[in-house]
Write a new protein. Structure first.
Length: 50
């Protein structure tokens, strides 16, 4: 599944779906997406969530 938008809502949806499916989280800011991928956490919009 692909989630378009890596803000708080998109990240929350991706976390919920990832429990049972492969998920691709897409965001418009490459630096933010690289940081999110490296940390496996969206510290900008949903800190403290895996």
């Amino acid at each position: 599944m692909t989630v378009l938008g890596a803000g708080a809502w998109g990240t929350a949806v991706a976390i919920a779906v990832a429990a049972r499916h492969d998920v691709l989280l897409w965001g418009r800011n490459p630096e933010q997406m690289a940081a999110t991928a490296a940390a496996r956490e969206n510290t900008a919009y949903l800190p403290g969530q895996p």
